[in-house]
Design a protein. Structure first.
Length: 285
């Protein structure tokens, strides 16, 4: 069997073309979609990722701003800064880069963001909308996965999807998105018994656990589709997925490579959500 590699870049580019058209239309009515990213501290990985988000936004003609605060910022001070952004009608998307210092309650701060500007999809209001299938902002990586499945015409309806990982950022929301599209969804996690027996039944296997090459051929059904969200780096800065792609080639029908698979979609979906927020907020003016 020939295994097809599901690259994210062509999917992202198709969506960027649509985003560019929407931005052009918004500018005609005097609105420039603006994304503000809040980062606390000096974590190098976070700083790099935030600069990538800003660069991608600027490239598409959006407005973007990075607000940097010291680790000593209090929870109330952070909430006050978010309140200013909530009230600023020129700001359409607000993103709090995680992780944040332990003395700040992450849940409280995320709930402080206006749900209409919560382009990361973490506010309880948007989580609820996802659960009941109403329009809202959904987390970017799960949205990107759905775009990849659609772009490569991989059937979802009636298929058995097994998700390894139950985080609020990827595992749970992607499972809900697939359930909303009539898939049968099984969640697996660190306490799951006989994991291999469950993964080997999946038509679509989604892995998000951060263990390099954890999933091998004997854990996957022949002809399945594998969506790999793993990102594990070695000392040489090489990145590895959760699936052992070399072992799975010739056994699975489709697989997202790491890198160049799901990765390119996450920031693109963030920009997409920001433009959608600008469109909706402009309607309300």
């Amino acid at each position: 069997m020939e295994t097809r590699l599901l690259y994210g870049q062509p999917v992202a580019q198709e969506l960027k073309n649509k985003i560019s058209t929407d931005i052009h239309s918004l500018k005609k009515v005097g609105s420039i979609p603006k994304l503000v990213v809040i980062i606390i501290g000096e974590d190098q990985a976070s700083l790099t990722y935030v600069s990538m988000k800003k660069k991608a936004a600027d490239k598409l003609g959006m407005s973007s701003e990075i607000l940097r605060f010291p680790p000593s910022i209090t929870e109330q001070q952070l909430k006050d800064e978010i309140s200013k952004l909530n009230k600023d009608m020129n700001v359409h998307g607000i993103l709090l880069q995680l992780p944040i210092p332990n003395h700040i309650n992450e849940k409280n701060v995320l709930e402080w963001i206006d749900p209409r500007k919560d382009v990361d999809g973490f506010h309880p209001t948007n989580v609820g909308r996802l659960t009941v299938g109403q329009p809202g902002f959904y987390p970017c990586t799960p949205l990107g996965i759905m775009r990849i499945l659609t772009f490569y015409e991989i059937p979802i309806k009636g298929k058995h999807v097994v998700i390894v990982g139950r985080s609020n950022i990827v595992g749970k929301p992607v499972g809900q998105l697939l359930l909303n599209k009539d898939a049968t969804v099984t969640f697996c996690h660190s306490k799951t018994e006989d994991l291999q027996e469950l993964t080997s039944r999946a038509d679509i296997l989604i892995i998000a656990i951060g263990k390099a090459h954890f999933i091998k051929r004997n854990a996957v059904k022949k002809g399945a589709t594998v969506i790999d969200i793993g990102n594990t780096f070695n000392e040489q800065k090489q990145v590895f997925g959760d699936a052992d792609m070399n072992d799975l080639k010739g056994h699975v029908a489709n697989i997202t490579p790491v890198p160049k698979g799901v990765g390119p979609m996450t920031i693109t979906m963030l920009l997409y959500n920001t433009v959608q927020a600008a469109k909706e907020l402009n309607k309300g003016e």
